[in-house]
Design a binder for this molecule. Structure first.
Ligand code: PFF
Length: 495
């Protein structure tokens, strides 16, 4: 049977979302997460502000929306998670699905640890509300303190995973959809509140200027352009949950009557809105409290800690609400990563006509995710005196070499190691292969158009999507992959 004949013979048999709104909330929930609230502001802060924003927006339009449509279509067409979907389209490409599952695991390795950190801050403020010192006397230096509080790191890592287990075990409609339908709108309004509060702080205006004053200086050389492009691209994949089977899985539970093309626009639009909103809260807060924009990964935690602690006892309440919203954002994302893995195993079971248990699959996935996350939780972001040694130390390199910029980013700590592999390599690689397969082998006309038109909605974007699948996305991804590999692995070694 040819690949195209194959495409005609697929059906769903595993239930669907309760409504398109529920699906949208779950998909937006997957997309909106730590990537938006923790990652976007710090990357924008360290990669040139306005220039980063523009490149990011172009990438969302020419790559994000396109890959989103590709993943949703592949998922719904086949009614399967990543591995099953690629296998159904063409046996030869089943491995691309496995690449997605592997990325989901690498991402979970650090995502759950960060989720745990967020919970730790949330509990800290809760304790403060109750009149107890929630930050162990470390106050604004809490971020540095907590990285060495190993039992705390492990405890909250586990707690975050347990929250995931409870929701995913509830299933698609009863667990994920139900939770996200309430959580996502709540998140939006809480973020709005924090933005308004920060806007009234003296000095906040500088932060808006940094974000919005046109400044293309960072793009003026080819190297500078590639640097911003690859950072923005990695961020975009991460933020839109692309390239790892999560969106394919969510698409596989979507009813045939829903409009895929519209959904593939709404999800990136909402995700980008929330990322920009988060930057509008954090960067002006940075300006108001005289902090560096380019602090890196600690930006969210350090900046907001200043903001909340400076508010006095009211700040405890706002701080709690803020971290509660970040927690919601994080957990609605990590459940989709777990779901990518769970859907894959469910599909295998269904195909082999075995009895499959969502609970059992999820429990095993949770234990595996916990184990791979341990080094991330215990290496104090690569500090030489931490209980678990960072990869560069294990490879015999020294902290002096790190300080001199001679250690590749891929090995400077376990968080970066997993982040670089997933966000830097697997995700753009998966997108590259998918775009080439759709553009050149399965064809936009044969795969995307018929599946999108099943719902009765006309496919209006043919020329745009076809050009993107064939040329723009692949070329963009090759540039990004080249830039990532050079930057993360090679640059420091030839420094
Ligand atoms: N999109 C999530 C975020 O921005 O935090 C992270 C993520 C979730 C990436 C699910 C990939 C994924 F499959």
């Amino acid at each position: 049977m040819s690949d195209n004949q194959h495409l005609e013979h697929m059906e769903h048999d595993r239930g669907t979302w309760g409504s398109n709104f529920g699906f949208l909330m779950a998909a937006v929930g997957s997309a909106v997460g730590l990537g938006n609230i923790w990652g976007f502001p710090y990357k924008m802060g360290s990669k040139g502000g306005f220039a980063f924003l523009i490149i990011y927006l172009l990438l969302v339009i020419f790559v994000g929306v396109v890959v989103m449509l590709g993943e949703l279509t592949i998922g719904r067409k086949t009614g399967k998670g990543a591995v099953g979907a690629y296998a159904a389209l063409s046996k030869k490409y089943k491995w691309v699905g496995y690449l997605g599952i592997l990325s989901a695991f690498t991402l979970l390795a650090f995502y759950n640890v960060l989720g745990g950190l967020v919970m730790r801050y949330m509990f800290g403020f809760l304790l403060q509300i109750m009149g107890v010192d929630g930050f162990s006397g470390a106050g604004m230096g809490f971020f540095g303190y907590i990285l060495y509080d190993y039992s705390g790191m492990i405890f909250f890592h586990v707690l975050f995973i347990v929250c995931n287990v409870v929701i995913v075990m509830g299933g698609i409609q009863g667990g994920i959809e139900k939770f996200c339908t309430v959580a996502m709108p709540a998140l939006f309004f809480m973020l709005l509140f924090v933005i308004i509060y920060v806007a009234f702080q003296p000095g906040a205006g500088e932060g808006y200027k940094f974000m919005l004053t046109p400044n293309f200086e960072p793009l003026s050389s080819f190297g500078g352009f590639i640097d911003v492009l690859k950072t923005a691209a990695g961020q975009m994949f991460f933020s839109l949950s692309l390239g790892m089977g999560a969106i394919i899985s969510y698409g596989s539970y979507l009813d045939k009557k829903e409009d895929l093309q519209k959904n593939s626009l709404i999800i990136p639009a909402c995700d980008t809105l929330i990322a920009v909103m988060a930057a509008c809260a954090i960067l002006p807060a940075c300006a108001a409290f005289n902090m560096e924009y380019a602090q890196g990964p600690g930006l969210l935690f350090n900046t907001m800690q200043n903001v909340f602690l400076s508010m006095g006892s009211f700040g405890n309440f706002v701080g709690f609400m803020f971290y509660f919203l970040v927690f919601i954002a994080a957990v609605t994302s990590s459940i989709s990563l777990f779901e990518a893995i769970v859907t894959w195993r469910l599909d295998v079971g269904i195909e082999k006509k075995q009895k499959v248990s969502r609970t059992k699959i999820m429990s095993i996935a949770a234990v595996c995710a916990f184990i791979v996350g341990i080094p991330v939780a215990l290496d104090a972001l690569g500090a030489a005196d931490a209980v678990v040694k960072a990869p560069y130390l294990l490879l015999g390199m020294t902290p002096e070499q790190l300080a001199a910029g001679q250690v590749p980013m891929a090995i400077d700590c376990w968080l970066d190691f997993f982040d670089v592999i997933s966000e830097g390599i697997f995700m753009p690689l998966g997108a590259l292969i998918m775009a080439v397969l759709i553009g050149w082998k399965w064809k936009t006309r044969n795969l995307i158009v018929p599946e999108c038109e099943i719902s009765g909605h006309k496919f209006w974007g043919y020329t745009f999507f076809d050009i993107c699948f064939k040329f723009i996305t692949p070329i963009g991804m090759i540039l990004v992959l080249g830039g990532q590999i050079y930057d993360f692995f090679i640059k420091a070694l030839i420094a």
